[in-house]
Design a protein around this ligand. Structure first.
Ligand code: B12
Ligand code: SF4
Length: 451
């Protein structure tokens, strides 16, 4: 079969190839199917319509932020071909399966969770009734929600992602790699897209994949996208040993971020990883207020955070701190405390966003029980699509931290980060300097929603 896979355009300083689609492509290719990938963030000069006409299946992957772009592409595909089968998947489909299926009438199938074998079953012609992890429409229009697909237990069964199908040189961060999936922790806001069961590729698999990236694609900067690369410190240690044994000149960036408790407890491992090439990691603190950390069930302490910072500095690993405004028990007064903490710990790079609830998370339940939704459920997809840095506004609030104060806290912390980094991105300019316009846009939305 001929399969066309597409990734909608998105706005971000760092562009990287769509790993999810590349895994699906490699599994399909292994079974003899012909696959093409178009990533609309980098592939600007493509004859999309001609590719559609040549294909039997069209697969599209998207995050919540890409929903509108995805919608446009899907409608175009259907206009060009009546007969092509359209399959949707990716993080947004996993979170809002039924809502997406209802909102996008042109799609034939929607896959939730890991999509490699769901896509393969469909392309191999298995009857949709028998395909796990699928939502689909019968000819008469009846919608079926099939049982969910069990997680892939042995990740090494999957071939390496099909890097040869994307234009690697067009990406600023081409070296994305996934060495494990899932995370066993319980942070209340986390959508745990890959589940709570942590599974990993063997060290041999990871090293052969890195070797292929170096030899065949000239990639020497690895961006590890795992939810929790350090979950098994012994395995991370083995990977570091294997890289050191090969004396590779490479850099490693933990793009999916690291838990501070795991860094604080494993100084020797960080020292070894740094020697192997670790240059940067994200740190998901989310808050520096102990009470907030506890209610978010982060399972980390401020002492661990500070120890982590000391360890990372000692081994010259730079870090980017992620913070949230508005987790349970947060309030406007905490902005001052947060700023003081940032100054005291000489934090240079940090990003701030609003605590955003996703279905099936504890935070979602918290909002249902103790908060107030500021968007109606029918608008929720639209609002997630709009939940980008430049068009952000709170989707919920609580009496002790009302929406206006949440936004004030966010803007203040983003301004503070702009001042501290000295780095002004387009997004930051929009939010920090053009704040009045942002406020106006917000106000309009507010009035429309008559809150
Ligand atoms: C690397 C990464 C990035 C990179 C770029 C990635 C890219 N090319 O878009 C950067 C740093 C630029 C980035 C930016 C952002 N990201 Co990001 N990012 C990730 C990260 C860490 C890894 C993505 C990845 O490669 N995963 C591995 C692959 C294998 O998983 P997958 O894509 O989900 O694919 C599997 C299934 O979903 C399914 N599937 C996927 N597509 C399809 C299609 C079909 C047809 C089928 C059948 C199945 C299927 O099968 C795949 C294989 O099992 C994830 C977290 C994570 N661990 O996944 C977050 C994540 C995807 N990002 C997220 C967010 C919020 C953002 C930003 C909005 C952050 C911001 N405020 O700027 C931006 C927006 C970017 C965008 N694409 O819209 C969220 C998305 C949540 C959501 N509601 O959709 C995630 C899930 C993190 C999280 N837990 O919140 N990100
Ligand atoms: S540690 Fe990270 S991936 Fe794991 S549950 Fe918490 S937020 Fe999610």
């Amino acid at each position: 079969m001929n399969v066309l896979l597409a990734y909608p355009n998105y706005q971000h300083r760092d562009k990287s190839p769509p790993l999810g689609l590349m895994y699906i492509a490699s599994v399909l290719e292994q079974q003899g199917h012909v696959v093409n990938i178009i990533d609309f963030s980098v592939d600007k000069q493509v004859n999309f319509s001609a590719s559609i006409r040549k294909s039997d299946f069209f697969g599209i992957s998207f995050t919540s932020q890409q929903f509108y772009e995805a919608n446009k592409l899907i409608n175009h595909v259907r206009r060009v071909s009546e007969k092509i089968k359209i399959i949707a998947g990716g993080p947004h489909c996993t979170i809002y399966a039924k809502e997406v299926f209802d909102a996008l009438p042109e799609i034939d199938y929607l896959a939730t969770g890991e999509g490699e074998y769901t896509a393969l079953d469909l392309v191999n012609g298995v009857h949709p009734l028998k395909v796990k992890g699928l939502i689909w429409k019968e000819d008469g229009g009846k919608i079926n929600v099939n049982p969910s697909r069990p997680i892939i237990k042995n990740l090494d069964d999957i071939p390496f992602p099909a890097r040869h199908l994307v234009s690697l040189t067009k990406y600023s961060c081409s070296g994305v790699i996934l060495t494990s999936r899932g995370c066993p922790y319980k942070c209340i806001y986390c959508l745990k897209k890959a589940g709570r069961t942590w599974r990993a590729h063997s060290t041999d698999y990871v090293i052969s994949e890195m070797n292929e990236m170096r030899e065949d694609f000239n990639i020497h900067d690895f961006h590890i996208c795992d939810d929790n690369f350090l979950a098994n410190p012994a395995r991370a240690n083995e990977i570091a040993d294997a890289i050191l044994a090969r004396d590779w000149d490479c850099t490693i960036n933990l793009w999916g971020g690291s838990r501070v408790d795991l860094i604080a407890k494993n100084e020797a491992l960080i020292a070894k990883l740094a020697k192997a090439g670790l240059r940067k990691t994200g740190l998901g603190l989310e808050s520096v207020i102990p009470k907030v950390l506890n209610s978010a069930k982060k399972g980390i302490t401020l002492e661990e955070v500070e120890k982590t910072i000391t360890i990372l500095r000692k081994y010259n690993v730079s870090f980017f701190v992620f913070l949230m405004v508005g987790l349970p028990n947060d309030n406007y007064e905490n902005v001052k405390i947060t700023k003081r903490w940032i100054v005291k710990n000489k934090i240079k790079e940090f990003g701030v966003s609003l605590a955003t609830p996703y279905p099936n998370t504890e935070l979602w339940e918290y909002v249902n029980n103790y908060g107030r939704w500021l968007v109606s459920s029918k608008d929720i997809q639209k609002d997630f699509s709009y939940h980008t840095v430049t068009k952000v506004y709170p989707m919920w609030d609580t009496p002790d931290f009302p929406a206006k104060q949440r936004m004030k806290a966010l803007v203040e912390l983003i301004r503070f980060s702009t001042i501290r980094t000295g780095y002004i991105s387009r997004d930051k300019v929009t939010i920090a300097i053009k704040q009045p316009r942002l406020m106006l846009e917000w106000l309009k939305k507010w009035l429309k929603l008559s809150i």
